[in-house]
Design a protein around this ligand. Structure first.
Ligand code: PMV
Length: 309
């Protein structure tokens, strides 16, 4: 067996995180930051030159068990772990794409997205297929959006939940990411929202609100109405804050960006990680984010999904 490499992109969530776990709609865009995974034959399993410790690599551990032989795993990339930018999805998708190459299978995107979702679901205890489908397909996707939001790609289901994934055409726009530098694991934040939702009818209303504003955002995207979209993103941030998944550092970066943006919000699970701002003054937003303790970068969207390297 020769070394086989595959890569997959990270993502930002424009609207709908957390609510999507309960079947509400969400929109995610792949970004020009990727993870590349290279697999090659070896006498023992190693990860980036170190002997393999399953407790340090929960995502890899789930997937390694699909392959009965030892394998040398090398990962590289520019999606910081726990940054809310889909690092675990990009790792799972690129690893499974490379692993199928090693096993001589030509896996299609529907199966790849499903297998990567099962990995995230198993490791996190609960998940939606938003990140893994965005990383597999690239470009932009809508989960559980209206039928006219874009071409149907695939359906993914788990227990009683079902998600329908569509491609969505995204108008040209500039997004700035502000990374708080705080590593926040997705699983506990998803669990926090679940507990709140099960205990409190008010939290269910907030999740419904996120679903409604996301539908409106999909309409704004179709009309290329960036002003309305930005407004809805900021509203979404408020709703996510009420659900308890924002934090002071994220709020500071969102507030600082708003002066120069159409809208801004946390992206991903929250609790740290990153925020995004929709703007036509990216330099000013980058400056504001740096001034308030974040690490800014401008992201390019409309990028490829999973691919062999
Ligand atoms: O922080 P990330 O990149 O893992 O995004 C999580 C998105 C959630 O909606 C919070 C969870 C999910 O599985 O959809």
């Amino acid at each position: 067996m020769n070394a086989i490499s595959a890569s997959a992109p990270g993502k930002v969530i424009l609207l709908g995180e957390h609510a999507v776990v309960y079947g509400k709609p969400a929109v995610a865009l792949a970004i020009d930051r990727r993870i590349k995974c290279t697999l090659s034959p070896a006498a023992e399993t190693t990860v980036n030159g170190r002997s393999y410790d399953p407790s340090k690599h929960p995502y890899l551990d789930h997937m390694i068990n699909l392959f009965s032989r030892p394998v040398r795993i090398e990962t590289e990339g520019s999606v910081p772990p726990g940054s809310g930018l889909g690092s675990s999805a990009a790792l799972s998708v690129s690893f499974l794409k490379a692993l199928n190459g090693v096993m001589g299978n030509d896996i299609d995107n529907e199966r790849l997205a499903n297998d990567a979702f099962i990995t995230e679901y198993t490791v996190q205890g609960r998940a939606s297929p938003l990140d893994t489908s965005a990383s597999t397909h690239g470009m932009g996707i809508v989960v559980n959006g209206p039928e006219d939001s874009g071409e149907h790609l695939w359906d993914i289901s788990k227990n009683e939940s079902k998600w329908s994934v569509r491609d969505i055409r995204i108008p040209e726009m500039t997004l700035v990411v502000g990374y708080t530098g705080i590593h926040a694991a997705t699983g506990p934040l998803v669990e926090k929202v679940r507990r709140y939702k099960d205990k409190c009818g008010f939290a269910k209303d907030v999740i419904n609100d996120i679903g409604n504003l996301t539908i409106e955002g999909i309409g704004a995207l179709k009309k290329n109405d960036i002003v309305r979209l930005g407004n809805l993103m900021t509203q979404d941030h408020r709703s996510l804050s009420i659900l308890g998944v924002s934090c002071n550092e994220l709020n500071k970066l969102v507030n600082a960006s708003l002066e120069y943006s159409y809208g801004a919000k946390l992206t991903g699970a929250g609790g740290g990680g990153s925020m995004i701002a929709l703007t036509d003054r990216p330099e000013k937003v980058c400056e504001a984010i740096s001034l308030h303790g974040g690490t800014p970068f401008i992201v390019r969207t409309g990028v490829d999904g999973a691919r062999k390297e």
